[in-house]
Each structure stands twice: as structure tokens, then as C-alpha cells.
Design a protein around this ligand. Sequence first.
Ligand code: 13P
Length: 281
Amino acid sequence: MARSNYTEILKYAKEHKFAVGAFNSMNMETLQAVVSAASKMNVPLIVQTYHAHIDYAGADYMRALYEVAARNSNVMIAMGLDHGRSVEQSRLCIENNFTGVMIDLSSKDYDTNVYETRKVVEMAHAKGISVEAELGTIFDADESPEKIATGYTDPVIARKFVMETGIDCLAVSIGTAHGKYKYTPKINFDLLKELIDTVPCPIVVHGGSDVPDEDVIEMVRLGIAKLNVGTDFFNAYTQAMSRILTEDGPNADIIKVMSAARAAVEEVAMHKIDLLTKFRI
Ligand code: 13P
């Protein structure tokens, strides 16, 4: 199945009433695991790589892995930069033919965010590549729900931002956070619904790891377009490696270690996809 950009996949998902998993991958095993899960469940997928992991692995290496994954899978696959930190990093991924880039300048002032995001939109759209940006603050998951709530996305500003930048999807702050939660997350479903109903582009929720299943299902029911998940995969990966190394010792067979890690990530991906496709038609 051919590579697709975010816009094509999010449109298809909207028509078929499911939310797209945007699963963070950073090497061959994590990528094979999430693509295998999507293929088995016959659902399009966005695979994306966190900005620091792009720095670690190289955009060209990730692009080569993505290309093989997309070619070998039977579903639409998009490949993206997650939380791009600068116009330069976005440009690198655009030049490497990713099909989506996120430019995250949410920590900058509004005008800078608009100005720089527009530059990325111009470059990306010229090549049919989708752009995601972020408004509000998505904290780390060791913060309290009260602190996380201070970062909520303002719907009025969000509508203006989307019109002024021409982005294809918007990441919002509605109570989720990145990482493993210290406290039970408190999702503001009313705010999420207002954003989904009034912002003129698909809405993306970050921090999809460790969120109670019923909350994920409710977000899908309300109509989120894309759910980003990272930590759950990486924790499953390292825990599986650690289990084999504990059982078999430091000279454990490398294929046994890596295949256990890959299988653990695939199992998490299947579960997440099951939640995201509860209302699929
Ligand atoms: P988690 O690592 O909390 O799942 O968040 C992933 C994410 O939002 C990537 O953009």
C-alpha cells in the first residue's frame, strides 16, 4: 500500500468514524511492531518519530525504514516528525520525504508560532506533506492535574491560529500529558468537544500512554482525529528486553531479546488500535 500523508488518512478515518493511532517509533523493531499491528487490524496508521529520536537515529535512516514498512504493509501508512523543534528540523524531514511534520512552537509567543509555522506549511504543502502544530502547553505526566489544566488550549485562539497558519491538524491541551502519569489524568471533555466542534481542522490529542481505556474511548466518541502514543511502547519494549536479560543473563541471544521487545510493542499497539476503532463503520 502506498505512503499517505496525514490529511488523506485523517479524512479516511473521519469517514469511517475511527481515530488514527499516531504511534512513536524510533528503530526497526518498534516500527515493525506498530505497522504489523495496523496491518493485522486492517487500519491506516501514522508512524512518527520524536524530534530527539530523529536526532539520534537520523532522518534518512528513519525514512528508509518507513519506506520499507509502507511498501510491505497492506494499509495506508504516513510517516511523521513528532514535536519538530525548529523550521530547520522540519525542513530536514520534508527534504527526506516524510509525509507529515509537526512543528511545535507552542512554548513561543503567538506571533512567532504563527510566523514560523506558516514557513513550514509553505514548504510542506509544496510537496503534498501535511503539517501539525500545537497550541497550549502539554506538560509531562508527573505534574498534577491542576498544573496540567493551566496549559489548556484556548478555543478562540485555536480557531484564529488554524486560519492564520493553514495547518492540517492541531495538537491541543485538554488534560493529557506526556509520559507515565503520577496522578490519574483528568480530561476536560467539554473543552475537547468545543475544540472538535469549532476548530476548522482535525484535532490531535498527545500523551495517549497510560490514559484509562474508558477515557480513550470517550475521546474517540467525541471525534478526536489522531491520538499520539509513545511511552507505552517504549516501556513495553525495554521491559521485555529486561525480562529476557534477567531470565537468560547478559549473554542472552540477541534475536530472542529483540523479538520479545518487538512482540511486546505489537501487543500494546493492537490494544490501542482496538480502542481507537470501537465505533468504526
Ligand atoms: P506519550 O509518550 O505520553 O504516549 O505521548 C506521546 C506523544 O504525545 C507524542 O507526541
